[in-house]
Design a protein around this ligand. Structure first.
Ligand SMILES: [Zn+2]
Length: 280
């Protein structure tokens, strides 16, 4: 009980402007001894959500302190950011693996938007406090369904929901879609189907998605004979992946809903903390 009350009250807080947030780690100077700490989010901070407000112990002087701020980024953004660091370290093979993971995380986000976030914003999960719990339940169900999906299968779901402009207006439609997915519906779309899209920008970006081959490079790198890419290879693929993601967001007007997701995630973590404090 005392431990919880310590949070945000007596404990020193880290510098909110000088920190380094990446997907796996969070780096910050200790407010007591001033030494830099590189915390692993899972092991040291014990949270994969925002580190903001979490209590940690300095790896050097063992003093406890509270983390002031964190970046709220999408998973694919962390993967892309990590690539910059990997290039600096000349670790080009890992960079290719990361780029492919960035695409997979981006595909999952695009699917989440259609199956979860758009319905959430439309009030499909209701408007009262229960909507958070319902959202979490549906989130779990959607992610369980796609857990074993790798690059091609996730990409083909993106094709299915965006090419066919699917929308989900009731709670029943969501599990219904998940249950009816078969290997046939997860097949690569034909060029003919993509070319039949009337909107030129959407047609072009979906053709770009068909041409994106980062998963094949990933497979070559991960193969036991390990393809070793050059700096130029990595720069080429990184530019291609980044421009694809940006263009896809623009063509399908995802900027607004992505901002909504990010604000909702912050609100959600604040709401949880508020409940934690109320229950002390
Ligand atoms: Zn310290």
């Amino acid at each position: 009980m005392k431990d919880k009350q310590d949070i945000g009250k007596k404990l020193p807080r880290s510098d909110g402007d000088n920190f380094k947030a990446v997907y796996e780690n969070y780096g910050v100077a200790c407010p007591n001894c001033g030494k830099w700490n590189e915390f692993n989010r899972v092991t040291d901070i014990k949270s994969i959500g925002t580190a903001c407000g979490k209590k940690v112990q300095c790896l050097h002087c063992k003093c406890a302190f509270v983390i002031s701020t964190d970046d709220v980024k999408e998973q694919y953004e962390y993967f892309l950011d990590d690539c910059e660091e990997l290039i600096k370290q000349n670790r080009y093979m890992y960079c290719i693996l990361n780029l492919c993971q960035a695409c997979e995380a981006f595909f999952m986000k695009c699917i989440d938007i259609k199956l979860l976030w758009e319905p959430y914003r439309k009030g499909v999960f209701g408007w009262n406090d229960k909507k958070y719990q319902l959202f979490d339940k549906f989130f779990e169900r959607v992610h369980k369904r796609f857990k074993k999906f790798s690059y091609c299968k996730l990409r083909n779901i993106v094709f299915d929901v965006y090419l066919n402009d699917k929308s989900f207006s009731t709670q029943e439609e969501i599990p219904d879609y998940l249950d009816k997915l078969t290997d046939n519906t997860i097949q690569d779309p034909s060029d003919r189907n993509v070319k039949a899209i009337v909107n030129e920008k959407q047609r072009n970006i979906l053709m770009d998605l068909k041409k994106l081959k980062i998963h094949e490079i990933r497979n070559a790198v991960a193969h036991k004979e390990g393809f070793r890419p050059t700096l130029n290879d990595v720069k080429y693929h990184m530019a291609q992946v980044k421009s694809f993601i940006e263009d896809f967001k623009t063509v399908f007007n995802l900027h607004d809903i992505l901002e909504y997701c990010s604000i909702s995630n912050v609100m959600e973590s604040l709401r949880k903390r508020h409940i934690e404090f109320k229950n002390i």
